[in-house]
Design a protein around this ligand. Sequence first.
Ligand SMILES: Cc1cc2nc3c(=O)[nH]c(=O)nc-3n(C[C@H](O)[C@H](O)[C@H](O)COP(=O)(O)O)c2cc1C
Length: 212
Amino acid sequence: MSLKDERREYRYGRLNRAGLLESPYAQFDMWMQQAQTAGINDATAMVLATVDAAGQPRQRTVLLKGIGQQGLTFFTNLNSTKAREMATNTRVSVLFPWLALDRQVSVMGTVTSVAVEDAQAYFHSRPRESQLAAWTSAQSQPIESRAVLDADFEAASERFKGQEIPMPEFWGGFYIAPTAWEFWQGGENRLHDRFRYSQGTNDAWIIERLSP
Ligand SMILES: Cc1cc2nc3c(=O)[nH]c(=O)nc-3n(C[C@H](O)[C@H](O)[C@H](O)COP(=O)(O)O)c2cc1C
């Protein structure tokens, strides 16, 4: 089928103001649980947008590893392109594309760093191979070949044989503190339901329906 003819109706459900929870965190938790229960692949995957010093946006997928007081947590290489961009511009946006439920959630916010001890606690909870991969990959840098990557992984494996693998200094986490959220539920005839939570005074969230 040609690209221009690719379309479908969104019939999964409706979203209305009365059915929304007052806290976007609670609303997100509920939708995340529903996404996980529905068996959506990589329900915790979120597309992270950062903007470089020239104003050029860039996006890539990262995994949500927690959500709490300080915001949404993810982990990455601190020399990566995204980390460099967040060092000069802390404003980011993430999008959860839960398309099997005709849903997307986007979150706008600013990033801060996860404390080293907390990043270490998460790092040590990862499978050993993932810890070795963190040592192996100079993320976002050009690399000569797959063979070089595999050899570097073997070398890291030898280096840390029989020991606990320390967290590299160039690895860590970020919190995204949300300033606005948008919950989108696809509707029939392209009449989608959209609700934005934005920050009002006294920590209250203002909830508005947006035109689709
Ligand atoms: C499903 C999925 C999950 C991913 N999770 C992460 C992650 O949690 N952290 C990470 O650094 N990269 C993750 N990646 C790889 C990133 O998308 C990206 O390729 C990498 O972080 C380099 O991005 P950058 O060069 O823009 O910094 C994931 C990719 C996919 C497709």
